[in-house]
Design a binder for this molecule. Structure first.
Ligand SMILES: C[S@@+](CC[C@H](N)C(=O)[O-])C[C@H]1O[C@@H](n2cnc3c(N)ncnc32)[C@H](O)[C@@H]1O
Length: 233
């Protein structure tokens, strides 16, 4: 039986793609990029452009609407899962590519749930990738955790009270999806005296990679969706 692969393609640098991911991406007949962000989809594809071949492989970009309407999203996820199952039933291996690692805040996880429920007989192999967190910590030279320290990873879009408590409770705090809420987060960092204790990392591993430690310089700016903050006390 054909197989479904969830393939983490790393944060941007093609040298950070694992050998296993490369092998699967060369041999799978169908490559899928399910995503809620058109920009992120093309980013994932750009990472593997030297590996996949649109002449011999079917490349499907599955775009999902930016919506909080669960039932609308469910419709799109179901459709995406069906597209995959049609190929698998035709005997074709399907590889989903996701930025970083497939099990860390990835759109694949919604489809994974549907696939497992609909067709528990279809084998799914998950190939881990180097997450943007590991790559961003490396680019900024910031240790994520030593000895008994506590590390928190969360979307920066959390409400103020929870975000403040997390910043107080943990030693290293990784804030994903920070672009649209940066000014609010920066104000909180200032309030807690942490505004000089971290780095903003954008498009790590790509040619546009940027590491900014002067967080004040970012206030009021339109920031890239593919960016994060690492705060280290
Ligand atoms: C949907 S999550 C994807 C995480 C991904 N699965 C991983 O393991 O790295 C998207 C968020 O990850 C972060 N991100 C993803 N790729 C990034 C990159 N190359 N540089 C900086 N941040 C990135 C941003 O915070 C972005 O809003």
């Amino acid at each position: 039986m054909a197989k479904i692969y969830a393939v983490g393609v790393g944060p941007g640098d093609p040298e950070l793609i694992t050998r296993k991911a490369e092998r699967v991406l060369r041999t799978a007949k169908v490559i899928c990029t399910p995503t809620g962000q058109a920009d992120a989809a093309s980013y994932a594809l750009s990472i593997v452009k030297g590996i996949v071949n649109p002449l011999t492989q079917e490349i499907i970009t599955q775009l999902f609407p930016m919506s909080k309407d669960e039932s609308l999203l469910e419709e799109f996820w179901q459709k995406a899962a069906d597209e995959v199952l049609t190929r698998v039933d035709a005997g074709l291996d399907v590889a989903f590519i996701t930025i970083g690692d497939p099990l860390l805040y990835s759109t694949f996880l919604y489809i994974y749930r549907i696939l497992r429920a609909k067709r528990p007989d279809v084998p799914i192999e998950i190939i881990p990738g180097i997450s943007c967190i590991n790559a961003a910590a490396a680019a900024a030279g910031i240790p994520l955790g030593m000895a008994g320290e506590r590390i928190a990873i969360l979307p920066a879009t959390y409400a103020d009270a929870e975000l403040r408590q997390t910043l107080l409770d943990f030693d290293t705090i990784v804030l994903m999806k920070v672009s649209r809420v940066f000014d609010r987060v920066y104000a909180m960092l200032e309030e807690l005296g942490l505004e000089k204790s971290g780095a903003f990392i954008r498009r790590v591993g790509s040619e546009q990679e940027e590491v900014v430690v002067d967080l004040a310089s970012l206030a009021g700016k339109k920031l890239d969706y593919l960016s994060m903050l690492i705060i280290r006390k």
